[in-house]
Design a binder for this molecule. Structure first.
Ligand SMILES: [Zn+2]
Length: 199
């Protein structure tokens, strides 16, 4: 049985570590990699290594950026530097960006506080966010997901900024409770953002 092969086990073990790859698809994806020719497999490995070598996280907003170039958001003169939209992940940032209706800055937290999964504030980029808030920042939009974890994270951030003068807002109701911005249509995200309310 091929399942006993050390090489097969190693491939399966590595793929198993890929988040979002449902375990029901694990064998299908493994079979795909076994079926492609060596050149294609090499291209795949090269693409991962090239991305690893040339892409990094911006030290300010914590989104992805090319190592050799300034951050597309933080260093863009045309973007409104007085407003920061706080999201859990890069996917949600992309959902907001795709609406075309937001021209401020972002801050990617890297997830949400979730004690059950052992994720505390120190595992996220909350400290970096708090350190970013100075007199230049007029508004902070807390666009964390409307899940218990997302709401708790937003409350934690707001609590730590209560002594600052920055205006804190959150998305308008309309995003279904328990869902991520990532899966919302553009119009819904745009509406939630443009009709935002005080936190
Ligand atoms: Zn940045």
């Amino acid at each position: 049985m091929i399942e006993q092969s050390p090489a097969f086990k190693q491939l399966l073990k590595n793929l198993h570590q890929v988040p979002y790859l449902a375990s029901k698809n694990l064998y299908r994806v493994t079979a795909y990699f076994l079926s492609i020719d060596t050149e294609k497999a090499q291209q795949f490995c090269n693409a991962i290594m090239q991305a690893k070598n040339s892409i990094t996280q911006c030290t300010i907003c914590c989104t992805w950026k090319e190592k050799e170039r300034p951050c597309f958001f933080c260093k863009a003169p045309k973007r409104n530097q007085h407003i920061i939209c706080v999201v859990e992940t890069w996917h949600e940032m992309m959902a907001i960006e795709k609406t075309g209706g937001y021209d401020g800055l972002y801050h990617v937290l890297g997830g949400a506080i979730c004690p059950l999964d052992g994720i505390g504030p120190e595992d996220l980029t909350i400290n970096q966010l708090i350190n970013r808030i100075d007199e230049n920042v007029q508004e902070l939009i807390l666009a964390t997901n409307q899940t218990p974890e997302g709401e708790a994270t937003a409350a934690f951030i707001a609590h730590h900024l209560k002594d600052k003068t920055v205006k804190i807002s959150c998305l308008a109701r309309g995003i279904p409770v328990g869902s991520s911005l990532e899966f919302m249509d553009r119009v819904t995200v745009y509406k939630a953002l443009s009709e935002r309310r005080p936190f």
